[in-house]
Write a protein that binds this ligand. Structure first.
Ligand code: GAR
Length: 230
């Protein structure tokens, strides 16, 4: 790992992290595992919010006693009302960082503005390729030889905020959507804890819509995990 991507294994910044989920929560699990292995630079997972009552990630949080709350978006009259309720509940946990980990809701500009520079997302494609849904099927359909995942700061542009780190995987000719998704998730589970650790150490910042690592501007497709990871 080069010095740009180096992260402390035992920092103690006490960065408070709230994780938002909608589904199985394997990325949440990767963060839980990293915290337990002391590779999250002292970041603490202080709360998990789900918009789906049956999200599998809720059990993962319960298993390690992370407080969680479910706010079912269907119970709210508007996107604005739902986001306002989320904001109220998230802020009660006093987060330094909000982590979207398979959170499948479009966010209002007000919500995004409130967490500007302290909210990150992971997206299963090599952004700017394939924002939105069905990224694995689209990569296969296009005949791409490479696919992957990107961690980025969240802005009002869907899957369009400044990239932090990107990891690629090969696409094989006989890949199904499920097989490719699984290959991508393997690298998601590496780059997301790394990005959280960098943020917790104060190495990663967003200013004026741009992402910086150790004060140095990050290129438009993010740091390249494949070139720099151990
Ligand atoms: C992950 O693959 C993540 O990249 C994707 O949802 C999955 C959630 O899995 N996110 C998006 O598509 C957001 N646009 P998980 O619940 O097992 O972490």
């Amino acid at each position: 790992m080069n010095s740009d991507l180096e992260s402390s294994t035992n920092g103690n910044s006490g960065c408070r992290v709230v994780v938002l989920i909608s589904g199985g929560g394997t990325n949440l699990q990767a963060l839980i595992d990293a915290a337990q292995q002391d590779t999250l630079a002292g970041a603490q997972l202080v709360g998990v919010l789900s918009n789906r009552p049956n999200a599998g990630g809720l059990a993962r949080a319960a298993q390690v006693s992370i407080p969680s709350i479910t706010l079912n978006h269907q119970d709210y009259a508007s996107r604005e009302a739902f986001d306002a309720a989320m904001l109220h509940n998230i802020d009660a946990w006093q987060p330094d960082l909000v982590v979207l980990a398979g959170f499948m809701r479009i966010l209002t500009p007000e919500f995004v503005a409130h967490y500007e520079g302290r909210m990150i997302n992971i997206h299963p494609s090599l952004l700017p390729k394939y924002p939105g849904l069905h990224t694995h099927a689209r990569a296969i359909e296009a005949g791409d030889r490479e696919h992957g995942a990107t961690v980025h700061f969240v802005t009002t542009e869907l899957d369009g905020g400044p990239a932090i780190v990107q990891a690629s995987v090969p696409v094989h000719s006989d890949d199904t959507e499920a097989i490719l998704a699984q290959r991508v998730q393997t690298v998601e589970h590496q780059i997301y804890p790394a990005a959280v650790a960098w943020f917790a150490q104060g190495l990663l910042t967003m200013r004026s819509g741009r992402a910086y690592m150790r004060g140095k501007l990050i290129g438009s497709t993010g740091l390249n995990w494949n070139e720099s990871a151990p």
